[in-house]
Design a protein around this ligand. Structure first.
Ligand code: CAA
Length: 262
């Protein structure tokens, strides 16, 4: 367990790093110091050879109720632009190479919704409360919501949500393909599902899981041909890994592979 002010960290299963956003007095609003801690914990797990998958969760009431509105209220354009306000929010998507799973219960609004969308796999409760309510504050999403949500659910639905600030439920998130699975129950139940998946991923070769995440994410950036070419190159490259030999030999010998992570 690390020593942070706004988050808790633990390794509840072998190979699984769990980050719990823990700022209950502000419904886990993502103030700048919280994001610094979140990034530090993410990088620590990403660099830890024992860890194979990372989970981000919140509380029963809130995954995160957005960026911290009280911190943002007095900002000027110059301050936001010159200091590149919320630049640390790009760390998760741009830098973290191991799979990251969001386990969402309660509010996931504004930046909280965006943080969940940045994760590689999203699980939520049926009554989780997602939305991009920035329009009600006289502004727009700033953590990638207009881009990631639109890619996931299409332009018309994303426009409607972002222009009206209307929320959507965990059940909707499942139906629209935003969530990989909608879980009955509350935070404990959704975390249980996330832990199972994380443990499964952490049980595979780290070389393969990191490569798998990399190629799936490329599909969001490249044309189909470029993406398939990219995948093919990395697929070829994995013939240079020890774990490809270990995995395929174990199959032929009807044994359980003992991964080297090399
Ligand atoms: N920032 C700062 N403080 C917040 C917060 C936020 N995003 N969300 C909640 N809080 C605080 C409240 O101010 C309140 O603090 P006090 O007790 O000191 O007054 C405390 O958390 C509890 O909140 P409520 O009393 O409002 O709780 P509720 O259960 O009545 O309502 C809620 C819950 C509907 C989520 C409501 O808190 C709410 O609407 N929050 C704001 C949601 C929002 O607009 N998020 C988007 C932020 S903008 C953004 O994220 C920009 C971006 O894209 C990067």
């Amino acid at each position: 367990t690390g020593s942070y002010e706004h988050i808790l960290t633990s390794t509840p299963k072998p190979g699984v790093g769990l980050i719990t956003i823990n700022r209950p007095k502000a419904l886990n609003a993502l103030c700048s110091p919280l994001f610094v801690e979140l990034n530090e914990a993410l990088s620590k797990y990403d660099n830890d050879k024992e860890i194979g998958a990372i989970i981000i969760t919140g509380s029963e009431k809130a995954f995160a109720a957005g960026a911290d509105i009280k911190e943002m209220a007095p900002l000027s354009f110059a301050a936001a632009y010159n200091d590149n306000f919320i630049a640390p929010w790009s760390h998760l998507a741009n830098t973290i190479r191991k799979p990251v799973i969001a386990a969402v219960a309660g509010h996931a609004l504004g930046g909280g919704c965006e943080l969940a969308l940045m994760c590689d796999i999203l699980y939520c409760t049926a009554n989780a409360n997602f939305g991009q309510p920035e329009i009600k504050l006289g502004t727009i999403p700033g953590g990638g919501g207009s881009q990631r949500l639109t890619r996931l659910i299409g332009k018309s639905k994303a426009m409607e949500l972002i222009l009206t600030g209307k929320n959507f439920s965990g059940k909707d998130a499942g139906e629209w393909g935003v969530a990989a699975q909608v879980v009955d129950g509350g935070k404990d139940e959704v975390l249980e599902v996330a832990l199972k998946t994380a443990e499964t991923i952490a049980g595979y070769s780290r070389v393969a899981t990191v490569a798998a995440k990399e190629v799936v994410n490329k599909s969001q950036e490249l044309s189909l041909k470029e993406g398939v070419d990219y995948e093919r190159r990395l697929f070829h490259a994995l013939f240079g890994s020890k774990d490809q030999t270990i995995g395929m030999t174990a199959f032929a010998e009807k044994k359980k592979p003992e991964w080297s992570n090399e």
